[in-house]
Design a protein around this ligand. Structure first.
Ligand code: KPL
Length: 303
C-alpha cells in the first residue's frame, strides 16, 4: 500500500489524507472541483484540534486518471456520490488496487463491489469526529476506533496490513472477519442520532437530556434493530439503544454530519440512513413509521 488515493476532500477525506501524509505515506487527494485541487496544491491541508494547528502538504488533483498508481483508494464522499465516484475511477485502477469505503450509510460496500468486484472491496467505519471549516481546513474534534474488513469476509493479510498502516499513522484501526455487523452497528448509531438532532438543530448530547427526544431516539433505533434482526443480524434493541445513548454522551458537543449538511444548504445522507431502514423494512415486511417520519422531515429541510 505504497500509494493511497483519497476520493473526496470533505472533513474525513482531508483528515485521513493529513494524518497519512504526516506519517510519511504518499497520498493523493482527488476532488471533483479543479479550483479546490488547485487550492490544496497551493496551500496544503490545514488541520487543527487534536494534534494542534499545522499545515500538511499533499498532492491534490481533479483528474481521475491520477489514481492510476494507487494501491489503495479510500472513498470519502457522501453516500449519494458513491456510484459516480467509484464509476469515475474504476477504469483507471490497476488490477491489484483495492477500494475501501468508510462512508456512513447502507449500500456503499455493495455499490463499490458492483464496479470493482467484491474481491477488491473493503468496508469499514470510523469514529473520528471531524468538521470541515473551509477548503482543506479541518478540525479534528474526536479520536475513535476505525474498523475495517473484506467485503467477502475473512481476515486477509492485506486487511491486517492496512489496519497496521493506519494505526501507525495515529488512526487506531482493527481488522475484523465480518464487517456486516460493524456497518449495521454504525448505521444504528446514525439512525438514532443524525435525523432527529438535524431536525431539531441540536447537538448530539441534547437528545438524551430530554425524555421526549430520548423516546423518539429509542423508537427509531428499536425499529432499525427489528429490520436488522429480519436481515439475520443478532442485535438487541436494549443493547443498541444503550450504545446510541453512549455515543450521544461521548460526542455531546458534536453537530452531527446531517445537521452540518443542512446548515451548509446541502443534500443529506438520510436516504442511506433512516431512509434505508424504511426501504429494507418494506422488503422484509417490518413497519418503520418513525424512520419514515424522520426521513420525510429531513427531506423537508433539504434544498
Ligand atoms: O457519525 C456521526 C455523524 O455525525 O455522522 C456521529 C457518530 C453521530 C457523530 O456526530
Amino acid at each position: 500500500m505504497e500509494h493511497i488515493a483519497i476520493i473526496g476532500a470533505g472533513a474525513m477525506g482531508c483528515l485521513f489524507a493529513g494524518l497519512l501524509a504526516e506519517a510519511g505515506r504518499r497520498v493523493t487527494l482527488l476532488t471533483k472541483r479543479p479550483e479546490e485541487a488547485e487550492h490544496l496544491r497551493r496551500e496544503g491541508l490545514r488541520l487543527e484540534g487534536l494534534g494542534g494547528s499545522r499545515r500538511v502538504t499533499v498532492a491534490a488533483t481533479a483528474n481521475p486518471q491520477d489514481v492510476q498508481e494507487a494501491d489503495l483508494v479510500l472513498l470519502a464522499v457522501k453516500a449519494y456520490d458513491t456510484q459516480t465516484a467509484v464509476q469515475t475511477v474504476a477504469a483507471w485502477l490497476k488490477e491489484q488496487a483495492v477500494v475501501l469505503t468508510l462512508q456512513n450509510g447502507l449500500g456503499n460496500v455493495e455499490t463499490v463491489s458492483a464496479f470493482v468486484g467484491a474481491e477488491r472491496t473493503l468496508g469499514g467505519v470510523t469514529a473520528h469526529g471531524a468538521t470541515r471549516l473551509g477548503v482543506g481546513h479541518v478540525r479534528h474534534a474526536g479520536r475513535g476506533e476505525t474498523v475495517i474488513g473484506e467485503a467477502r469476509g475473512g481476515l486477509t493479510s492485506r486487511v491486517e496490513h492496512l489496519a497496521d498502516l493506519f494505526t501507525a499513522a495515529g488512526i487506531e484501526t482493527r481488522a475484523v472477519e465480518d464487517i456486516r455487523p460493524v456497518l449495521w452497528g454504525k448505521l444504528l448509531v446514525n439512525v438514532g442520532i443524525n435525523a432527529l438532532a438535524a431536525v431539531l438543530q441540536w447537538r448530539n448530547g441534547q437528545l438524551i437530556e430530554h425524555p421526549a427526544t430520548e423516546r423518539v431516539l429509542e423508537a427509531a433505533v428499536t425499529e432499525a434493530v427489528q429490520v436488522a434482526q429480519a436481515e439475520g443480524l443478532s442485535f438487541t434493541a436494549a443493547e443498541a439503544v444503550a450504545k446510541v445513548k453512549s455515543v450521544c454522551k461521548a460526542t455531546a458537543q458534536n453537530l452531527n454530519s446531517m445537521l452540518q449538511d443542512l446548515q451548509r444548504g446541502r443534500q443529506t445522507e438520510v436516504d442511506y440512513l433512516n431512509g434505508a431502514i424504511v426501504a429494507e423494512g418494506e422488503k422484509l415486511g417490518v413497519p418503520t413509521p418513525i424512520n419514515w417520519t424522520l426521513t420525510q422531515l429531513v427531506k423537508a429541510l433539504e434544498p
